[in-house]
Design a protein around this ligand. Sequence first.
Ligand code: ZN
Length: 120
Amino acid sequence: MRCAVCSRQARGFGWFNPNLSRSDPRRRESYRKFCSLRCQGAYSNLMKKTGGRMIDPTEMEIAAMTDCLAPLGDYVAALGLQTPLAEYSRDQVLGLIEVVVTAYQDRMVDGHEQAAGVPF
Ligand SMILES: [Zn+2]
């Protein structure tokens, strides 16, 4: 199972909507898992702020993707702008993926924290 905030592997941190009774099937559907206390806190704070209503994740995801452009550009520039992607070594491609995925995950956590308005 993946973290509901950053998509890393979930590890023992969870959340459910406490405003729903135990017999309400929506309570089980609201259950989310997280990779860390930070992601759990960010999501929990956002749910408190919005009253358990999820904001449109598309806008946050687009912002996170946009924020990947600068680190992606820096990485490609460090390898040499004239080098075609087809000539990247396996390690260079893996490095590129790591830069983009890490930037995306960090931005998603930041986005949840900012939307909640409460630093964790
Ligand atoms: Zn996470």
